[in-house]
Design a protein around this ligand. Structure first.
Ligand code: PMP
Length: 363
C-alpha cells in the first residue's frame, strides 16, 4: 500500500500540491467574482489583476531588470526555435548567422529550425558535457548565440552563474531555459532573450514565457507572424491576441508558492541537495550508469541506465508499485530519467533513492 505518489515526469510535470488545491478551491468561483478564471475576459479587471500579479512576481523572483519585457505567449518551447530567429535576425544584414552550442536533443532541434531563417554555425558540440568556452568557435558578427542551458533529455546543464557570462560582452545570448528556469539563480542581464515552456517548473503546458531585452524589440523579419512579433506582444502586455489565461493564472499561483518558500535562492539550495542525494545513489557502484560528465550534470533531469538493461521493465514496474511514477527515459535515449523539479520534495527523491538501493540489492 503506497502512502505517497511521486511524479518524476519531465513535463508536463509535478506541480506544488498547495497550488493545485488552491486552483481546485477557486475553480467555480474565483474570489467571489462568480466566474471561473477560464471564463473571464482577458481584458476584464479580474484577469488583469491576475496577470499583473504574475508578471510582478516573476520579475521579483528572477530579479528581471526594468529594461526587460516579460511576454506570456503560446506555442511552447519549440515554437521559439522559429520565433527567436524571426524576431532577432532582422537587425543584421541578411542572410545572418546564428551560433549554437549543441549539447543535446533540444539545442539540436533549435539548430535545425533556425536553419530555415539563417545560416547556422555549431560553435561547439558535446552531448555529455558543456564544452569549455575556450573551444567555442564563434562567428564574428553573428546575430546571436543560442544555448539550451538545461538539456531535458540528455541531462547536460550549464553552470549559468559561473559559466555563461564569461562570453564577450558583444555576444548576444539566447537561452532555452525551459527545464530549469526558476530552479537556480540567474543573471538576466547577461541575456538578450530567455525563453521557457511552462510545463516543467512554471505551470501547465500551453504557456510560454519569453524574457526579452527591450532594445531587441521591433526588429522582426517581415515574415514574422504578427501574433508572435515580440514587439507587438510586448506593446500589448501579452494581449495582442488572447493569451493562455488559465496557464497564466496557475503560473501566478506557482510564483506565489515560490515566494512563500524562500524564492529562487532557497529552491536552488534544495535542488542542489536533491541532486546530490540522487547522484550519490547512482554512483555508489556500477549497478546504475550515467553518461554526463560530473561538472555538467543536470540538477533537474537525471537520465540513468541499469547496467543490465534487460531488467528495465522490472525496474519500472517495481517503481510504480512504490508510487514512483514516470521514470521511463525519453524514447530517443532509452533507460530511465528522474526529473526533480522545484515541486518535487526531497522526500520524493529519498523514496527513489531507497528504491534504487533496494533494487540494486544494497543493504
Ligand atoms: N526545450 C526544452 C529544453 C524542452 O525540455 C522542451 C520540452 N520538453 C522543449 C524545448 C519543447 O517544448 P514544447 O514541447 O513546449 O514545444
Amino acid at each position: 500500500n503506497v502512502t505517497h505518489i511521486y511524479n518524476f515526469s519531465a513535463g508536463p510535470a509535478v506541480l506544488p500540491k498547495e497550488v493545485l488545491a488552491q486552483a481546485a478551491a477557486e475553480m467555480l468561483d474565483w474570489h467571489g467574482s462568480g466566474m471561473s478564471v477560464m471564463e473571464m475576459s482577458h481584458r476584464g479587471p479580474e484577469f488583469i489583476s491576475i496577470y499583473k500579479a504574475a508578471e510582478r512576481d516573476l520579475r521579483e523572483l528572477l530579479a528581471i531588470p526594468d529594461n526587460y519585457k516579460i511576454l506570456f505567449m503560446q506555442g511552447g518551447g519549440l515554437s521559439q526555435n522559429a520565433l527567436v530567429p524571426l524576431n532577432l535576425v532582422g537587425h543584421k544584414p541578411q542572410p545572418a548567422t546564428i551560433d549554437f552550442i549543441h549539447t543535446g536533443s533540444w539545442s539540436g532541434k533549435s539548430i535545425k529550425e533556425a536553419a530555415k531563417y539563417a545560416n547556422v554555425n555549431i560553435a561547439a558540440s558535446s552531448m555529455t558535457s558543456v564544452p569549455p568556452q575556450s573551444t567555442w568557435q564563434l562567428t564574428p558578427g553573428a546575430a546571436y548565440l543560442h544555448m539550451c542551458t538545461n538539456e531535458t533529455i540528455d541531462g547536460v546543464e550549464f553552470d549559468v552563474d559561473a559559466g555563461v557570462p564569461a562570453v564577450q560582452p558583444d555576444v548576444l545570448l539566447v537561452a532555452d531555459m525551459s527545464s530549469h528556469i526558476l530552479s537556480r539563480r540567474i543573471d538576466v542581464s547577461k541575456y538578450g532573450v530567455i525563453f521557457a515552456g511552462a510545463q516543467k517548473n512554471i505551470g501547465p503546458a500551453g504557456l510560454t514565457i519569453v524574457i526579452v531585452r527591450d532594445d531587441l524589440l521591433g526588429k522582426a523579419l517581415p515574415t514574422c507572424p504578427s501574433a508572435f512579433d515580440f514587439k507587438l506582444v510586448a506593446d500589448n502586455d501579452s494581449m495582442y491576441n488572447t493569451p493562455p489565461t488559465y496557464g497564466i493564472y496557475i503560473a501566478g499561483l506557482v510564483f506565489q508558492w515560490l515566494k512563500k518558500n524562500g524564492g529562487v535562492a532557497a529552491m536552488e539550495e534544495r535542488n542542489i541537495a536533491k541532486a546530490k542525494l540522487l547522484y550519490a545513489a547512482l554512483d555508489a557502484d556500477d549497478f546504475y550508469q550515467t553518461r554526463v560528465d560530473a561538472g555538467s550534470r543536470s540538477r533537474m533531469n537525471i537520465p540513468f541506465y541499469l547496467k543490465d538493461e534487460s531488467r528495465n521493465d522490472e525496474f519500472l514496474a517495481g517503481a510504480k508499485a512504490r508510487g514512483l511514477l514516470q521514470l521511463k527515459g525519453h524514447k530517443s535515449v532509452g533507460g530511465m530519467r528522474a526529473s526533480i523539479y522545484n515541486a518535487m520534495p526531497i522526500e520524493g527523491v529519498q523514496a527513489l533513492v531507497d528504491y534504487l538501493n533496494e533494487f540494486a540489492g544494497r543493504r
